[in-house]
Write a protein of this length. Structure first.
Length: 200
């Protein structure tokens, strides 16, 4: 791609490093910003710099937060007896958007993956037991990806918490709403059959 300006080229190269944005999309963003008032671009720049400098990670659950303790952990309306364990804060966004969960979270910061050199000690696993006792947790929800790494991590956590005599559940896995059986992979379809439910 040829650029009329080195400044534009540099800006496009930086923006195209963002996930899901190629060079053409990055160029559109840059040209859009050039058309805006200078104040608008400055506001964006200040917002990003402030984000990088001031964003915190919750001391309890490791979610991203404006304060030392995130709004979910600080809330008096959440059910502290249900702890949902997720891989990253992106998963919290996804679950919160369903408006179906009123418990609290624990962010692992990744999944166990020997192939990638990620061991249990590289994740926020040690503090789970402390939180369970502190919050008097009765149920653990393992909301990790249904991958080999996710299953390995779930198995490790289940084994680690076995002596605490807790209810440990995982997200249901099956055919997506609106999906057609002929296009569903064998593992998902097999799990759907094994985890079938009563038709009410």
């Amino acid at each position: 791609m040829n650029f009329p300006s080195k400044l534009i080229e540099n800006a496009v190269n930086e923006v195209s490093k963002l996930p899901g944005i190629g060079k053409k999309s990055a160029l559109r963003v840059i040209l859009y910003l050039l058309k805006q008032e200078e104040k608008s671009t400055e506001n964006l720049s200040v917002a990003l710099q402030t984000l990088r400098k001031e964003i915190k990670y919750c001391k309890k659950c490791y979610n991203i937060s404006d304060d030392e303790i995130c709004s979910i952990c600080a809330s008096k309306t959440r059910d502290n007896t249900i702890l949902c364990i997720v891989e990253s804060f992106k998963d919290i966004f996804a679950i919160e958007n369903t408006a179906q969960f009123r418990g609290v979270y624990h962010v692992l910061g990744g999944l166990i993956s020997p192939m990638d050199g990620i061991a249990p000690e590289d994740l926020h696993l040690d503090s789970i037991t402390e939180r369970i006792k502190e919050l008097s947790v009765k149920e653990i929800i393992l909301a990790v990806s249904p991958t080999m790494e996710g299953d390995t991590t779930a198995f490790y956590i289940t084994k680690k918490l076995k002596e605490l005599n807790l209810k440990i559940t995982t997200l249901a896995r099956g055919v997506p709403v609106g999906g057609e059986l002929e296009y569903t992979d064998e593992i998902t379809l097999g799990r759907s059959i094994l985890s079938r439910i009563n038709y009410d």
